[in-house]
Design a protein around this ligand. Structure first.
Ligand code: AGP
Length: 617
């Protein structure tokens, strides 16, 4: 969705707003803008709707100290209502320019509000839904309300999930923030000289590690060194800050050219993080202390439903396979945007597991609410603690991958898979399906995972050559079977979102049921064919593709010369237990998409039309 940052303090706010927006730019980068209360108490607004170049162009436009002040707000936009241009960029101003707002979310009743405001003589400057907030708040301030009261009043008029920050020329020392629903959060913090609020904790880290996450229905007022919290009735709220574990330095690129390459490379550490405090390698035991469902309830589970979107859904598919395979409980993975609307049969003996690295994905949160209302015990597998999903689930299972900035999810997928595999073992052992010996074997295999991943990371050379070749195609097919199917789907998703190449992931068994019609010299096929019980079937699929003139790139086990003879290109991954093969074939898929994007001159950290967290439907 969008990135928001606001500052009230003693320093010149302009460079601080730019830096704050850089920290949250991955949440949306179609446009960028700031509003500053200048030395004479007027609001100055500068904004650029230049797609990925917006923040850079905004910073250039602000060079030379043309504007300065000590209170301001900023916004990076992922367009939902209104095209990408300067006018539709945030912040948006009230008619007389005395109020400016930056908004994240969707105002579902904005047309009726816009009509009402236009009937009263308001002239709109943009096509956005957000601008109605500027006028509602501006009108209230003009009629004598304080900025906080005006924001509360506007909150009572709008429908939909919203996070908004506002400044007013009539109160030049403060900025106000509001959160209603789950349109991406607002987190606030302060030090002796300043107070800041943002849509993401990472933007606060240069100022403080003690932060407060706004709950839905809360208002915050910040000024130099002061934070004041209120509810929608205007009553004061007091809440102790938490110390965040996020690390500003870790969130920087280091010596990597992109966040995505850094985060792919961090996967050995991310997987270790996901096993920390859970897998005891010397004893060969495994526990998941955060999953404190009573043993009797674990034994009574008669179905497991996993749910998520995009990459997290693919991780959930892996989770369903290992849970059903190890714990022998029927398990399915469902797209949250489908699950939330199909009135599913979920009850107290259904274990629901949401997978969402951000914890803020609107469709996944809605599916989680449905599960909670159905009385199902629910766990959420996530990275961002303090996010909305942790307030809905009964159990939060952190994946501890570390902040993921690249829009394309990489390390959070492998860390989610690692967490889900451990959950599967805990379920299986608690239900008596596997015993200590099998647990020891699995834990022993998992101990090898970080080094196996590190080995696959060294495949870059083979990958670059293949990426150059695949970049020539407009259509790609990704095939997999069993636990390699979610990997094939993920490989296709990565190629779509990074290289903008049409890539379809398919169960390899589907080929004869229509997909074969696509085969020919104009489409290349990527197949995941590690040595396992479906290996022979995959060899047949490769032959099928080749027989119809298709080009095949296979991800195969080191030393497998059979595939070598069949496929046009082979990426060799280390041999490993079948349970771990999806991790090992996933990394080349990630690298392939990353390298292909570079071959095509795409920005892998900020793919077009996308945002890191989709907090709207
Ligand atoms: C994957 O690379 C994309 N970033 C996207 O599909 C993402 O996985 C999806 O939006 C779910 O996000 P979540 O894990 O934060 O819920």
């Amino acid at each position: 969705m969008c990135g928001i940052f606001a500052y009230a303090g003693t320093e010149n706010v302009v460079p601080l707003l730019i830096e704050g927006l850089r920290s949250v730019e991955y949440r949306g980068y179609d446009s960028a803008g700031i509003s500053v209360i200048d030395e004479v108490g007027e609001i100055q607004t500068v904004k650029r709707g230049d797609h990925g170049a917006s923040l850079g162009n905004l910073a250039s436009a602000l060079d030379g100290d043309s504007i300065s002040g000590v209170v301001g707000i900023g916004h990076t936009r992922w367009a939902t209502h209104g095209g990408v241009n300067h006018q539709n960029s945030h912040p948006h101003a009230s008619s007389n320019g005395s109020v400016s707002i930056a908004h994240n979310g969707i105002i579902e009743n904005f047309l009726e509000l816009k009509d009402e405001l236009m009937d009263s003589g308001i002239v709109f400057q943009s096509e956005t839904d957000s601008e109605v907030l500027a006028h509602l708040i501006g009108n209230a301030v003009t009629s004598g309300r304080s900025l906080r009261e005006a924001v509360i009043g506007a909150a009572s008029r709008i429908k939909g999930n919203t996070a908004v920050v506002a400044v007013s020329a009539s109160e030049p020392d403060v900025a106000v923030g509001l959160r209603v629903g789950t349109a991406g959060g607002i987190v606030v913090g302060k030090n002796a000289d300043a107070a800041v609020m943002a849509s993401d904790v990472i933007a606060l880290l240069p100022y403080t590690s003690e932060v407060i996450y706004l709950e839905s229905g809360e208002i915050v007022e910040i000024e130099r060194g002061v934070i004041r919290l209120f509810d929608l009735e205007g009553s004061s709220i007091s809440r102790k800050p938490i110390v965040t574990s996020q690390n500003f330095e870790a969130a920087q690129k280091g010596n990597h050219p992109h966040f995505m390459s850094k985060e792919i490379a961090e996967q050995p550490d991310a997987i270790q993080g996901a096993m920390r405090g859970r897998a005891a390698f010397t004893k060969g035991t495994l526990s998941l202390p955060e999953f404190s469902l009573a043993q009797g309830q674990i034994k009574a589970i008669d179905r497991v439903v996993l749910t998520g979107m995009g990459t997290s859904l693919h991780a959930g598919m892996f989770g369903a396979l290992v849970i059903e395979s190890l714990a022998r409980i029927p398990a399915t993975a469902e797209n949250s945007s489908e699950l939330r609307y199909r009135n599913p049969l979920i009850g107290p003996n259904t274990l629901v597991i949401a997978v969402t690295q951000s914890g803020e994905t609107a469709d996944t949160l809605a599916a989680m609410e449905h599960a909670r209302n159905a009385g199902a015990p629910q766990a959420v597998v996530l990275e961002l603690e303090g996010s909305q999903a942790t307030r809905v689930a009964d159990f939060t299972l952190p994946i501890r991958a570390g902040q993921e900035i690249g829009v394309a999810s990489t390390k959070t997928m492998t860390a989610s898979m690692t967490t889900l595999l451990q959950l599967a073992v805990v379920l299986a052992e608690t239900r008596g399906v596997i015993g200590g010996e099998q647990v020891r074997n699995i834990v022993g295999s998992m101990a090898e995972l970080p080094s196996l991943i590190a080995t696959t990371l060294s495949l870059n050379g083979q990958i670059s050559e293949l990426a150059d070749r695949l970049s020539k195609f407009e259509d790609l097919l990704y095939l997999g079977r069993g636990a390699q199917l979610p990997i094939a789907l993920e490989g296709a998703l990565k190629m779509k979102e990074l290289a903008y190449i049409h890539a379809e992931g398919y169960p390899a068994g589907e080929m004869k049921h229509g997909v074969n019609a696509l085969l020919g010299p104009d489409i290349a096929t990527v197949v995941a064919t590690p040595r396992n019980d479906l290996y022979e079937k995959m060899l047949s699929n490769i032959s099928e593709v080749k027989a119809r003139g298709g080009e095949v790139a296979a991800i195969a086990t080191e030393g497998d010369d059979t595939v070598e003879r069949l496929a046009d290109h082979v990426i060799r991954v280390p041999d490993c237990p079948e349970l771990l093969q999806p991790f090992i074939t996933l990394v080349p898929m990630q690298l392939l998409a990353y390298r292909t994007a570079l071959a095509l001159g795409r920005d892998p950290d900020k793919p077009r039309n996308l945002a890191k967290t989709v907090t709207v439907e």
